[in-house]
Design a protein around this ligand. Structure first.
Ligand SMILES: [Zn+2]
Length: 120
């Protein structure tokens, strides 16, 4: 009697453990797109996670999130010119400032030659 009860408890706990294991494996597979997006340091990893979380259950949403996570981010293009299309001086050089009104390079004196030509 006692041994059969123990066996029942044991088999139930095994079933419970395997159910928990199945749940963990399913959740891990469900969030693979989010993991891939995070590991690839995608700029929109948050959006991928949102699609994964809210639409992943539709399978199509999961595939969209997965494909999105696997694409490469477009490279960041740094435009080295001011408002007028003039090339900007190297970034970080001391004393480089641009006029907040017209975008012209002001030089070390901090006076815009375009807006205040009399002073420059
Ligand atoms: Zn100016």
């Amino acid at each position: 009697m006692l041994s059969s009860l123990l066996m029942l408890v044991e088999s139930n706990s095994d079933a419970g453990a395997s159910a928990v294991g199945l749940l963990i494996v399913t959740l891990a597979l469900y969030f693979v797109p989010s993991l891939v997006g995070t590991m690839k340091k995608k700029r929109n990893a948050g959006a991928i996670f949102a699609v994964n979380l809210f639409l992943g259950w539709t399978v199509i949403g999961w595939i969209v999130a997965m494909v999105w996570a696997l694409t490469n981010d477009a490279p960041v293009v740094q435009v080295n010119q001011n408002y007028y299309g003039q090339p900007a001086p190297p970034a970080g050089s001391v004393g480089d400032r641009f006029c907040q009104r017209c975008g012209a390079h002001m030089g070390s004196r901090g006076i815009c030659p375009r807006c205040t030509p009399a002073l420059a």
